[in-house]
Write a protein that binds this ligand. Structure first.
Ligand code: DGL
Length: 266
């Protein structure tokens, strides 16, 4: 694949593949470069400064070395902590983030009782508080930081006893609050959808942002005149502290065997 003029994606690990998979379907002609910062995950338990520094280094790699034409921060936590800095540093660049889908959930909810699960950092972030102030005025929103859940996905444990135990602990208080909608505020969580569904039951509407993000990316590329309309798009994967475990989980999540390269940014 020619890496020139691909779209760059990054996440602390493999969660952003939940966005990349939908982007692949929505934008079949684009080349994608995905950075999984596995060696420095989870971001959810790190400081603001740490997350901003990782995001800056990865953005430098993607823009300066790979010359990407747009960047998708496929991580709610990195969006909450670092998107403002990245946009300030590159005011001309297309930089798209991911945020909990509070707005559509509030609009469609019948009883206006909504649950939101994310990393602790996202749940406490100023950006999320702002989102709730803007769109959650007429609703009761129950937000919960969920340490440990992303690690279950990274370990390939989608329905283990440990994963189910954590999900139960985080979701049961929301079920008792009679939520009718649940927002997945971390890009890792769509990979736990079957397990989440088992716990919340069929009546709760679950929101994840991959289609909205992919359509927004498409529109941004169209606007700057750089949407590919021909040819088959390819993907390339860079991983910090690459190892066999990380490769094998990524292949399961991505759905096919694929080559990986060491990111080499410390
Ligand atoms: N996938 C990430 C998110 O959307 C972060 C998980 C983590 O690194 O803690 O927030």
């Amino acid at each position: 694949m020619t890496e020139e003029y691909a779209v760059g994606f990054f996440d602390s690990g493999w969660g952003g593949l939940s966005i990349l998979k939908t982007a692949r379907q929505t934008l079949p002609h684009e080349n994608f470069i995905y950075v999984a910062d596995c060696g420095f995950a989870p971001y959810g338990d790190r400081s603001h400064d740490f997350i901003v520094e990782r995001a800056q280094k990865i953005a430098d790699f993607l823009f300066n070395q790979k010359h990407v034409k747009a960047l998708v921060i496929a991580c709610n936590t990195a969006t909450a902590e670092a998107i403002d800095t990245l946009r300030k540093e590159r005011p001309e660049a297309v930089i798209i983030g991911v945020e909990p889908a509070i707005k559509p959930a509030v609009l469609s909810s019948q009883n206006k009782r909504i649950g939101m699960i994310s990393t602790t950092r996202t749940a406490r972030s100023a950006r999320y508080k702002n989102l709730v102030e803007r769109f959650g005025q007429n609703a009761s929103i129950f937000s919960c930081g969920c340490p440990g859940l992303m690690d279950c996905v990274e370990a390939g444990e989608f329905d283990s006893e440990k994963t189910m135990g954590l999900l139960q602990r985080y979701l049961e208080p929301m079920i008792h609050e009679h939520i009718d909608s649940l927002v997945l505020g971390c890009t890792h969580y769509p990979f736990l959808l079957t397990s989440i569904r088992k716990i919340v039951g069929p009546g709760v509407q679950i929101y994840e942002p991959s289609l909205a993000v992919s359509l927004h990316l498409k529109e941004c590329l169209r606007k700057i005149g750089r949407l590919n309309t021909q040819g088959t798009g390819h993907e390339r994967f860079y991983v910090s502290k690459l190892n066999e475990q990380r490769k094998s989980v990524a292949c399961r999540l991505w759905g096919q065997a694929t080559p990986f390269e060491e990111l080499g940014i410390n």
